[in-house]
Design a protein around this ligand. Structure first.
Ligand code: ATP
Ligand code: MG
Length: 283
């Protein structure tokens, strides 16, 4: 039985649960406890605050974890970052009062900086030869300058709206983060095997995302043109129709390109175009 730690509630919880669901690991919501077994896979889910996830994976209480890369870096835990998960994107940035001129990192020399990420900040300041005082605050870091607790802040930014509301401007993007899958460094062979299976499923989920299945009837004479428009995984599937001179063409396209492809295909005579939602592509 392999144990995976995810956030109990907060920004990563919903997408972590959704990811497990997508790869066929179903935890019954109503029965959710501190520790829940999956119905159909040799895995159990441990619900924790995100702060604690890197540590429990490092010490082996959980084999795997889903957490922001920022937390992994800040805790300084020795775990393997197995995969980036493509959600929970944010950055940790230095921000200063909006009216201040910013000459460069030397701005921070001798300043007080409020943050919940002292370790990452300390490293950045050291790399840049800046001496500053770090004020560790766990919540509402953005109000620190207005409250007179600090001159600047080092905090998570996603849209930047919170900074603007608090009269601040972002001046240094220091750390880029997203949710990652982490693993204990000493996996047993069978745990590694389960992990490989999870990664395989995640990969097929990733390549299927945003894809559409397209089928249409096309004059056989236009087939070469159509194949150029539709570079599928290998090549599009072509099947003859009962009517002479026509065939049925099947392919997978990126949803983002769909309307452009449809326009081009209609222009070369495609008819009866069906667009289907695609569930999975197994590479
Ligand atoms: P917990 O109660 O589990 O300790 P938390 O309050 O520390 O939760 P959340 O605010 O739920 O944490 O954020 C979890 C993670 O989501 C962050 O560590 C970060 O990786 C990511 N994240 C993405 N966008 C943002 C954002 N705009 N603000 C904060 N975190 C974000
Ligand atoms: Mg936290």
């Amino acid at each position: 039985m392999l144990r995976i730690a995810i956030q109990t509630k907060g920004r990563l919880n919903e997408q972590s649960t959704a990811l497990l669901h997508e790869i066929g690991i179903d935890i019954e919501g109503a029965k959710r406890k501190f520790l829940s077994k999956a119905a159909n896979f040799p895995i159990e889910v441990l619900y924790l605050r995100d702060d604690d996830i890197p540590q429990v994976v490092e010490n082996g209480t959980a084999t795997l974890g889903i957490v922001g890369l920022n937390e992994v870096a800040e805790r300084g835990c020795d775990v393997e970052v197995v995969a980036k998960l493509g959600f929970g994107g944010c950055r940790i940035s230095l921000a200063i009062p909006k009216g201040d001129e910013y000459p460069g990192v030397e701005y921070f020399q001798g300043k007080r900086i409020a943050t919940s990420y002292p370790k990452i900040l300390r490293q950045f300041l050291a790399e840049n030869g800046v001496q500053a005082q770090i004020e560790v605050i766990t919540g509402s870091v953005e109000i620190a300058p207005a409250a007179g607790i600090a001159d600047a802040i080092f905090d998570i930014v996603s849209s930047g709206g919170t900074l603007v509301t608090n009269g601040l401007k972002e001046v240094e993007r220091v750390f880029e983060s997203e949710a990652v899958l982490i693993a204990n460094r000493n996996l047993l062979a069978e745990e590694r095997e389960v992990l490989e299976e999870l990664l395989f499923r995640m990969e097929s989920e990733r390549v299927s995302r945003g894809k559409k299945y397209l089928l249409m009837n096309i004059p056989t004479a236009a087939l070469d043109e159509a194949v150029k428009i539709l570079p599928a995984m290998r090549s599009p599937t072509v099947m003859p129709l009962a009517v002479e001179g026509w065939c049925s063409l099947h392919s997978v396209v990126d949803a983002a390109d769909l309307w452009d492809k449809v326009r081009q295909l209609k222009a070369i005579g495609a008819e009866g175009i069906l667009v289907l939602t695609l569930d999975k592509i197994i590479p």
